[in-house]
Design a protein around this ligand. Structure first.
Ligand code: AMP
Length: 598
């Protein structure tokens, strides 16, 4: 696959962003030059006009917090002043908009992907929270376009999570909850599978509730419970010291997800003084309890809005880095009354889902996603005993296709539709699934118009509809399950046979087609020669008769030499060109004479 055909899957997160593609049928997340698959959603605008994105931007944050933009997802698509979150920077002073900042992050991700895939890539699927309104979705799309990406789809994050967990194959009306607690936002969505796609029944959450809040609360607690904090409020600390303290609190918080103790050591934090504290998990959980309770309220809200009881859920998915906290897992389990599914990496589930969706859109995933397909071609027998394929093998179902047929013989008053399944060129070598007679008013050859439509539903039931377009008379034939219900061994045998006989079959098809043509040509030539009589130059007439004799003799021969007959037909066709011109002139003359013009 050339890099230009890839579609990127992007999780544009509040704290971190990830990018991936489907490569050789596998969804993969791509790492940057430093080997990291997660890029901090941060952009630093240096005083000298330089710009840094990702980890490099975070390194600058400690030096110049007012010029480092983080959590811009909380601002995108909102009017200035809308929302309660007050960023520690002023975008107006920096002269950039949230869309432009997001575009820088997306450009960076695009570059990560182009480096990994060794070529330009210009299409993407980007995820957004389910509660994002139109303005926020559009702003995200604009950011993508500003980054030079054509945004093929804006995908709801819970739907992406469900895709990553492979839940797109759930049965109809199954319901799931996606509990997403990341760095900056919390949201919980209740989804239901309807007509093969997830519908968001309800979503609730808080754009100002995330792991970042715990980091700040923990940092403040650490500061205020240390001897240094007796005189000075946390908020009064210089920004650099605050940033260091918050970063250390986050590290400790993460450690406490697996360990019961962590410690924070910050040498020369403030006015030459150092800070050192020991932090048991219990303290973190005490601080986080009111915060986690807010998440609980939102879950109840979503369940009530969706009119779903916890017991109706088939799965509860946890995504977002903060769901690694044991406290959060306990709360989720408590609310939903079941053990949450944590089998996917919570930081990567949404990105992985975005990649899967991108792969489905680009077609790169078709070969691994197990959609039901027709194992063998379906078609009907046409004139001369040939197989006319209407739905080729390996077409995904449900599906529909049709074709128009006409009467090959004059005064025919019906057409027999034989429904066939198989890979062979001749009808007799395929399996007959059913037959139906379609009546129509008799007329000259080619005057009837019979439309045949094959519709195969998700259960593999084939419905054949044949309509005489003159009378609009329909004949319907339903074939229960036979269409996909053939066992593997038979399918394999049919395909093996079709390969084995491919050459003879092809020869037989060309022969049949050439034979039909010859049978049409010979009487027409005879008739033209008789009609024109002496008007045809005798040498010319002899040449035409010789060509016709060759066609006739090949037609009689047992050998069925398809190529020779096709060539003889072509020669006869060529030789009769002058006859056609003479016939045309004659017809014209007769018409003019009738009108008394000559
Ligand atoms: P996300 O937005 O999904 O990338 O989540 C980022 C948030 O998850 C940040 O607040 C991180 O501090 C938090 N996080 C990441 N790993 C852990 C962990 N092991 N324990 C607790 N929180 C974590």
């Amino acid at each position: 696959m050339a890099s230009g055909e890839f579609i990127l899957g992007i999780d544009l997160g509040t704290t971190n962003s990830l990018v991936g593609v489907v490569d050789s049928g596998f969804p993969i997340l791509l790492a940057d030059a430093e080997g990291s698959r997660s890029t901090p959603s941060a952009v630093a605008y240096g005083r000298d006009g330089t710009m840094a994105v990702g980890a490099a931007a975070l390194r600058q944050r400690a030096l110049d917090p007012a010029r480092t933009v983080t959590s811009v997802k909380r601002l995108i698509g909102r009017r200035p002043g809308e929302g309660e979150w007050q960023p520690p920077y002023d975008l107006r002073a920096l002269g950039v908009t949230p869309v432009e900042v997001s575009a820088e992050i997306l450009k960076h991700l695009r570059a990560v992907a182009e480096r990994a895939m060794e070529g330009p890539i210009s299409r993407a699927v980007i995820t957004v929270p389910a509660f994002f309104n139109d303005a926020q979705r559009n702003a995200t799309k604009r950011a993508g376009e500003l980054a030079g990406l054509s945004v093929e789809r804006i995908l709801a994050e819970p739907t992406a999570a469900a895709l990553a967990y492979g839940l797109d194959k759930l049965e109809e009306h199954r319901k799931i909850a996606v509990f997403d607690l990341g760095g900056g936002t919390f949201d919980v969505s209740i989804l239901e599978m309807r007509d093969g796609v997830f519908q968001v029944l309800a979503t609730a959450g808080d754009t100002q509730l995330g792991g970042d809040d715990i980091d700040r609360l923990l940092a403040r607690h650490v500061w205020e419970s240390s001897p240094l904090g007796k005189e000075t409020w946390f908020e009064q600390l210089p920004a650099e010291a605050r940033v260091r303290l918050v970063a250390a609190a986050e590290e400790a918080k993460k450690k406490l997800s697996t360990d019961t103790h962590a410690s924070i050591e910050l040498p020369f934090l403030w006015q030459g003084q150092s800070l050192g504290v020991d932090l048991p998990r219990g303290v973190l959980e005490q601080i986080a309890a009111p915060w986690a309770e807010r998440a609980r309220q939102h879950c109840w809200r979503a369940l009530t809005d969706a009119r779903v009881k916890p017991g109706d859920l088939d799965e509860v998915l946890l995504v977002g880095g903060s769901t690694r906290m044991p406290l959060v897992r306990r709360i989720a389990q408590d609310i939903f009354g079941r053990e949450p599914n944590v089998s996917q990496n919570p930081d990567e589930a949404i990105a992985r889902g975005a990649v899967i969706q991108a792969g489905m859109l680009s077609g790169a995933l078709r070969q691994v996603v197990l959609l039901d397909v027709t194992p063998l071609s379906l078609g009907i027998e046409t004139f001369g005993g040939l197989m006319n394929v209407i739905i080729p093998r390996n077409t995904t179902i449900p599906g529909k296709a049709g074709e128009m047929f006409t009467n090959a013989v004059a005064n025919q008053d019906s057409m027999l539709v034989r429904v066939l399944q198989g890979e062979r060129e001749l009808a007799k070598d395929n399996w007959e699934l059913g037959r139906v007679d379609v009546p129509f008013p008799p007329g000259p050859k080619g005057s009837a118009r019979v439309g045949v439509q094959f519709a195969i539903d998700a259960n593999g039931i084939l419905q054949v509809l044949a309509r005489d377009t003159a009378t609009n008379h329909d004949v319907v034939l339903e074939i229960q399950n036979t269409a996909i219900d053939v066992d593997d061994a038979k399918v394999e045998a049919m395909i093996a046979e079709s390969v084995e006989h491919a050459f003879e079959d092809m020869n037989e098809r060309i022969w049949t087609e050439a034979k039909l043509k010859a049978e049409e040509l010979l009487p027409a030539v005879e008739e033209a020669l008789a009609q024109l009589g002496a008007e045809v130059d005798p040498t010319e007439a002899a040449r035409i008769r010789a060509c016709a004799a060759r066609v006739a003799s090949l037609l009689q021969s047992e050998r069925h030499d398809a190529r020779a007959l096709k060539e003889a037909n072509a020669a006869l066709d060529d030789a009769t060109q002058s006859l056609a011109v003479l016939l045309m002139d004659k017809a014209m003359e007769e018409a003019l004479t009738r009108k008394g013009l000559v």
